[in-house]
Design a protein around this ligand. Structure first.
Ligand code: HEM
Length: 552
């Protein structure tokens, strides 16, 4: 029963009871509500998970805490880290089960067969949890593709598919490339500014995370909406990485993506109180989210207005297939609520489509700059320079990009080892089953790309190693993992990432432009803290030593 229903029930009971008790109406209401909420809490925290739940017999890690289950290790490690350990060490036949904060039950599918059931066969039975929708939905657009369910999701996905067709993405390559080159020019300015201020002969430490976020934001603007955010252009090349970027949109996302996971207090309160009450608490996190959300909504309104006017004055090609053009040309967003739904959709694509790829770039730069992988970086640079011997070309084609096989192996391996989304959640919308086990309505399912992508059973004994060559096995440059459900970086099935190909091609362009122009180096002694946040990236960004190389 929801807390709102409990409050309504207690209010009604108070009216009936207050005539027969010595307490006043307010005292009766408070006593009654406290009693019912305590019973609800005891049931949810102890009775259900420990004694009643039909999934309690599934194998899983032991709970070190009576009330908090395995929450401590989940908080401590990076997203998906504990799942990778459990997958490796606890014998199971496709399902594990563990307890989260206040013993909230989590069922964790561990084999491609069971994942297929969750993500494909029953993809509309296992839906997004409302806690997630209510929290990050304010930033990611509650009515956008990411949170739509059932028929509504099918309709939206079908409508948007033309913006993600292979043919369309091929045509985006020159745009991705030119933004990549623009990013490298800005980073080169940072390097030169530091060198002319004295020092930096052996290279300059640059926080690359900031530049990766700005370039991917610019790309989703231009390639996704046909709109120039000019985030790279307006960014200052001097000053500290924490400084405002010059783009209010970039700053709004910076606040959100570097904020960490919902604080413990928000998580606890959300178990008891309705979302609207928790969200109206005067907490810094709720204020920051509200402020960022209002900036993002305002900017999306500006983009829609600009696009409408471009379409009306025929400045815009009638055939253009970017996400916004596809929406504006359809009949789906014409009603009174149309513009607001369109803004939600844009918020979805802005957030889902930029920080994820930026995170992959961060991990690629991190991995390639480690002392043990620098020979891989050099080999990649040699491949890029051989393909473009006269220096960074002004433009490249999809075919030229595809001819860079080693680049493709490296980006695939980075995406495998460091999936930006380490875990994601689903909840059973009705009583159902998984792998033949009864799963009651409301059960939370945790899917872990991080754990599956590192599964020794699927990837071999060296699953934890960075080994781009593993992708050379398949004729088409795909690794010989047996199932689609073994590489879960983009999930799979009808709710898998719609921007999958867009992201891979963009990632290749950005990495080729960066490695072609610079050498990246770090001593590998920095202890990375990868926790919280919406995407799994190192806290404090990615400061590495950057040196310009001779190209052409
Ligand atoms: C490396 C880059 C990316 C990664 C790792 C990634 C990963 C994911 C994952 C794991 C999901 C499923 C989330 C869930 O259901 O819990 C997802 C969904 C989605 N992604 Fe991506 N993504 C990336 C880039 C992009 C790009 C570039 C776009 C758009 C231009 C995009 C748009 C979306 C959308 C709209 C969804 C929701 C799809 C649906 O529910 O039908 N993503 N992504």
């Amino acid at each position: 029963m929801s807390t709102t229903n409990i409050l309504a029930g207690c209010a009604a009971s108070t009216i009936l009871l207050s005539r027969h008790t010595q307490f006043g109406a307010i005292t009766t209401f408070i006593l009654l509500t406290s009693l019912v909420l305590t019973c609800k809490l005891l049931y949810r925290v102890i009775l259900w998970p420990k004694l009643l739940s039909p999934t309690r017999h599934l194998p899983g890690p032991s709970s070190p805490s009576f009330l908090m289950g395995n929450f401590a290790i989940i908080q401590k490690m990076q997203s998906g880290g504990p799942h990778a350990i459990w997958l490796r060490t606890i014998p199971n036949s496709g399902l594990l089960r563990y307890l989260g904060i206040f013993n909230t039950e989590r069922v964790f599918p561990t084999t491609p067969e069971v994942l297929k059931e969750v993500l494909h066969t029953k993809s509309y039975t296992f839906i997004k949890p409302t806690l997630l929708t209510n929290d990050i939905g304010r930033i990611l657009g509650k009515r956008g593709l990411l949170f739509a369910e059932g028929e509504e999701h099918k309709v939206q996905r079908k409508l948007l598919l033309p913006a993600f067709s292979h043919a369309h993405i091929k045509g985006l390559v020159p745009g991705f490339w030119s933004k990549g080159v623009e990013m490298t020019e800005k980073v080169a300015e940072v390097v030169r500014a530091s060198q002319s201020a004295g020092g930096g002969e052996q290279g300059v430490v640059v926080e690359m995370g900031k530049w990766c976020s700005l370039v991917t934001l610019d790309i989703i603007g231009s390639s996704g909406f046909g709109y120039e955010f000019r985030a790279l252009e307006s960014a200052s090349v001097s000053g500290s990485p924490e400084e405002k970027s010059g783009s209010e949109l970039a700053d709004a996302y910076n606040t959100i993506f570097n904020m960490g996971s919902p604080s413990r207090i928000v998580a606890i309160l959300s178990l008891i109180f309705p979302a609207f009450l928790v969200q109206s608490l005067p907490l810094k996190r709720t204020r920051d989210v509200a402020h960022a959300a209002s900036t993002i909504r305002r900017v999306t309104a500006q983009i829609i207005a600009a696009k409408k006017s471009a379409l009306a004055t025929s400045q815009e090609d009638a055939e253009s297939k970017d996400i916004l053009s596809v929406m504006l040309k359809s009949n789906a967003y014409t009603g009174s609520d149309g513009e607001s739904s369109m803004r939600d959709q844009m918020m979805t694509f802005l957030a889902a489509g930029h920080e994820t790829t930026a995170t992959s770039m961060i991990w690629a730069i991190h991995t390639l700059s480690l002392p043990e992988n620098r020979h891989i970086q050099s080999r990649l640079r040699a491949e890029i320079h051989a393909a473009f011997p006269s220096g960074a070309p002004a433009t490249i084609t999809y075919d030229q990009l595809s001819s860079l096989k080693y680049l493709s192996h490296i980006t695939s391996e980075v995406l495998r080892l460091y999936p930006p989304v380490g875990v994601t959640l689903r909840v059973a919308a009705e009583d159902t089953s998984l792998n033949g086990v009864f799963v009651p309505k409301g059960t939370s399912i945790v899917i872990s790309p991080f754990a599956m992508n590192r599964s020794a059973a699927l990837w071999g004994a060296d699953a934890e190693e960075f080994r781009p060559e593993r992708w050379a096995c398949g004729e088409d440059g795909t690794a010989t993992v047996e199932s689609n459900y073994g590489f879960l970086t983009f999930l799979a099935g009808p709710r898998g990432c719609i921007g999958n190909v867009f992201a891979k091609v963009e990632f290749k362009c950005l990495l080729a432009a960066a490695i072609g122009k610079f050498e990246f180096e770090q001593d590998g002694k920095r202890e990375l803290v990868v926790k919280g946040s919406i995407t799994a990236k190192p806290r404090g960004g990615m400061p590495v030593t950057v040196r310009e190389v001779v190209w052409g």
